[in-house]
Design a protein around this ligand. Structure first.
Ligand code: HEM
Length: 222
């Protein structure tokens, strides 16, 4: 299919915003694993972030913009691809590689739903009033208590585990797609970027699910 200049531009913006989002989930995972060190470690980490004041809001706005733009162009390009001629669709399909690639829109929409739930759970703090215990004077809560108590029931644990399965799918295709879109991939480097993609996706999957699973299993407790 002949890509128009504007769709190339939008694909590049999707690739760049996508890599920003992958960087966020990697750093977020690193921060969250401090829960395994103990209550003081994760609360000190959260305290440090909150003490950055206005910088936190700048960061949040940049992340929100990246997230919204990524979703908007993703949906727009998918609709355009679907509306293209059957001949064009054959070629688009040929560029794609397997289940993760074919389900990018579905995994992306599931992740959008997950992020909304997750923000209500741990950031806006409305889903489980009993787990939010105020701490300090910056409107903070005891993050260790919140996370451990937040994963005592099987349902939220199942929601997180399933959502992380979709994160795995999305990143395992999306990360290597970044290199292809920017023209940084050739026949020789493609298998390497595909393997790096899968490795990052597996680390994210195992790292993230380890938190709710070890908590519900009683290995991380109050
Ligand atoms: C087991 C998995 C996860 C745990 C335990 C977890 C934990 C947390 C906690 C405790 C906060 C609130 C931090 C605070 O206000 O001090 C938070 C915020 C957030 N999380 Fe997660 N998270 C997980 C997975 C994810 C994933 C996979 C994503 C993205 C796809 C994500 C995106 C966010 C975002 C966007 C925020 C808001 C950051 C902000 O307040 O600026 N989280 N998470």
């Amino acid at each position: 299919m002949q890509l128009t200049q504007s769709s190339v531009g939008r694909k590049i913006i999707m690739a760049v915003t996508g890599i920003v989002l992958v960087a966020f989930v990697c750093v977020h995972l690193l921060g969250n694993t401090s829960i395994f060190v103990g209550a003081d470690a994760i609360n000190a980490y959260a305290q440090k972030l909150h003490s950055l004041g206005p910088l936190v809001w700048v960061f949040r706005l940049v992340m929100l913009a990246a997230f919204v733009i990524h979703i908007f162009f993703g949906i727009q390009l998918t609709i355009e691809n679907k509306a293209a001629t059957p001949e064009a669709n054959v070629q688009v399909k040929r560029q794609k590689t397997g289940f993760a690639a074919e389900t990018m829109v579905i995994s992306g929409l599931v992740l959008l739903a997950f992020v909304i739930y997750h923000l209500l759970h741990f950031t806006v703090r409305v889903t489980n009033p009993e787990i939010y215990v105020p701490m300090g004077d910056q409107g903070m809560v005891d993050v260790y208590y919140m996370v451990v108590m937040g994963f005592q029931a099987v349902l939220p644990v199942a929601v997180y585990v399933v959502a992380m399965g979709f994160l795995f799918l999305h990143v395992s295709h999306g990360f290597q797609s970044f290199f292809q879109t920017l023209g940084l991939s050739n026949d020789k480097s493609l298998p390497i970027t595909m393997n790096i993609s899968k490795l990052i996706a597996v680390v994210l999957l195992l790292g993230y699910i380890s938190i709710p699973v070890l908590i519900v299993a009683g290995l991380v407790k109050i």
